[in-house]
Design a protein around this ligand. Structure first.
Ligand code: DQQ
Length: 581
């Protein structure tokens, strides 16, 4: 099967180089399942390796780096350990794609080779110079003992190569070093630079004092000499800010993206995202950028504490880029494993990238919306649709007629009355995570829990619940409170897994009784989008029984009120080209 895979890969790689970008391996899943049927289920079961999420053939991956579009090709670089399935020996691996779905692996683009990156090439970003040259800025570790961090630049050796295979590090590296007053061991992850009024600016994440996350601004006229602006762009008492990201978004509700250096007088907002090292989640605020003062102010004065997240599950060190080909902003994020390191070593790989998401500002202006890029729909195969099906309290209904280990499910639920909704415990009213922990999928409610059981075994012993639960308006409010959860506590018979519930509130108007859910299911990952992308939750799960053809999909209702499935469509998902795996 592996040999067959390699031959097919080489053939398809040639096709892709020739420009045939939508080729997929339709039959690989079946071949792989047949080969794996004899293997007893375990965490290292090949059926748990994802089918259509981004992965290299083997080893450890973490942060997505410097996504960019160049001469018809999308590029993704990422933190990679060429020597094993745990973090270490970090280089920038490099893959290219025509469609962000089918990927071809190239050799690493940036590896330790100069004094200022000798002990690691850590995260960074790409910037397009006005003449169309892509540049990479990244963090180099130049002392082994204390992880002393500096920032380096790299340029493509051959600009006529659309695959940007070779990168040069000019001799003026490092270009930014931590001067007095800066914590040199916590000074990393330069953003994409933006240009206005003759100056480039970029941000570097750091921490000041005991626990103030900070985004320093550096300015340059020539992209070589960079000077720090004395006051940071923004800071908050959240601990170290890793992988900052800062970008403009169109006024509320407009879906098209903006180049990071966009100029002009049209009203627009900015998004500042930071990856909080202490919590290991990605938080963002929406606000205003004052270019003259080089300051960013969140619209919500409590924004830094309110903690809006891109994703309320396993999603970290993310990065966006502007895609000029389709005029959209795309978000990449890393999803770590939630098994043990020993399991990762045994299976030989660890880490995936979430399906890229288009991001834009919600019409309310208060938050972002996210939706899987449209290209993923090219992987949809056989489908089943269910319409106007009432699910009675305590009932579950299986969606049959297709395999669902690798699937895309879109469903709209409808509740006829909110009268029976539970009241909200004021103690838990502001904490979705605790609320879901206390009132998980198995706890009967009033309206809800209702949703999907995915990657479920035939006897439902194993199942991952993705669901909503509705509460009466909180004190002082007039809108029902909608909670979205992923509950993987029954997702596997394996006892050695980290399987917490994940949850977020959904700021949606449910007065018409309707709410939608989309779940991208891929063997050991479930990526869910509530209410059109208002709340997103990615969860890693490792079923022991519900793998391959044994994985089932159900709709369930654990509340006391009827819930109608107005419409559900589930598609089998094909396997794209994935880095030669
Ligand atoms: N990962 C990189 C750092 C970054 C961290 C090292 C975030 O540059 O701060 O692999 O996951």
């Amino acid at each position: 099967m592996r040999a067959l895979g390699r031959v097919a890969w080489a053939w398809l790689l040639l096709l892709q180089l020739a420009g045939a970008s939508h080729v997929v391996y339709e039959n690989l899943l079946e071949v792989e399942e047949a080969a794996a049927a004899a293997v007893p289920p375990s965490i290292i079961d090949p059926l748990l390796r994802t089918g259509y999420h981004f992965q290299p053939r083997k080893n450890w991956i973490n942060d997505p780096n410097a996504p960019l579009y160049y001469k018809g090709w999308y590029h993704l670089f990422y933190q990679y350990n060429p020597k094993g399935a745990v973090w270490g020996n970090i280089v920038w691996a490099h893959s290219v794609s025509r469609d962000l779905i089918n990927w071809m692996a190239l050799k690493p683009a940036i590896e330790p080779s100069i004094a200022s990156d000798k002990y690691g090439c850590w995260s960074g970003s790409a910037t397009m110079l006005p003449d169309g040259t892509p540049t990479i800025m990244y963090t180099g570790v130049n002392r082994p003992d204390v992880n002393y961090q500096v920032q380096n630049v790299a340029y493509p050796r051959n600009k006529s190569d659309p695959l940007l295979r070779e990168w040069d590090k000019p001799s003026h590296n490092p270009i930014i070093v931590p001067k007095a007053g800066i914590n040199a061991t916590q000074f990393r992850d330069p953003t994409t630079a933006w240009r206005a009024g003759g100056h480039w600016r970029l941000l570097i994440g750091s921490v000041t004092g005991p626990a103030h996350g900070v985004a320093y601004v550096y300015r340059s006229r020539d992209f070589k000499r960079w000077t720090r602006v004395e006051r940071p762009l923004h800071s908050a008492a959240t601990g170290m800010w890793e992988c900052p990201d800062f970008y403009p978004v169109e006024a509320a509700g407009r879906r098209e993206g903006l180049d990071t250096s966009v100029s002009g007088r049209r009203a627009r907002k900015y998004v500042l995202k930071n990856s909080l090292d202490l919590r290991r989640y990605d938080y963002y605020t929406v606000g205003t950028y004052d270019r003259r003062a080089e300051r960013y102010v969140p619209d919500d004065p409590a924004g830094d504490e309110r903690h809006l997240r891109y994703d309320y599950g396993n999603f970290y060190a993310s990065k966006t880029f502007y895609d000029p080909a389709k005029r959209r902003r795309i978000l990449w994020g890393w999803a770590n494993e939630s098994d043990t390191s020993a399991d990762d070593v045994a299976k030989g790989w660890a880490g995936i990238q979430a399906i890229p998401r288009t991001v834009w500002l919600d019409p309310s202006g208060k938050q972002l919306l996210q939706w899987p890029i449209e290209e993923v729909e090219a992987l949809r195969g056989k489908s089943v649709t269910v319409k106007d099906r009432v699910i009675k309290p305590g009932q579950h209904v299986e969606v049959t007629g297709l395999q669902t280990a690798q699937a895309d499910v879109e469903v709209t639920f409808e509740v006829s009355s909110l009268a029976g909704a539970e009241s909200l415990d004021p103690e838990l009213a502001g904490d979705a995570q605790r609320l879901c922990g206390a009132r998980g999928a198995a706890v009967e409610g009033g309206v809800g829990p209702f949703g999907l059981w995915v990657l479920a075994s035939a006897d439902r012993q194993e199942r991952t619940a993705v669901f909503f639960r509705l509460f009466r308006p909180a004190r002082g409010g007039d809108k029902p409170v909608v909670l979205m959860c992923t509950d993987p506590t029954k997702s596997s018979l394996n006892p050695n897994l980290y399987q917490p519930t994940f949850a977020g509130f959904v700021d949606t108007d449910i007065s018409d009784g309707k709410i939608s859910l989309r779940s991208l299911i891929d063997r050991s990952v479930v990526e869910s989008f509530g209410a059109g992308g208002k709340t997103c939750i990615l969860s890693r799960v490792y079923p022991s029984l519900a793998t391959g053809k044994n994985a089932r999909l159900y709709v369930f209702n654990g509340g006391k009120a009827d819930v109608k499935v107005s419409r559900l469509t589930a598609w089998e998902m094909k396997k794209p080209l994935m880095n030669g795996a």
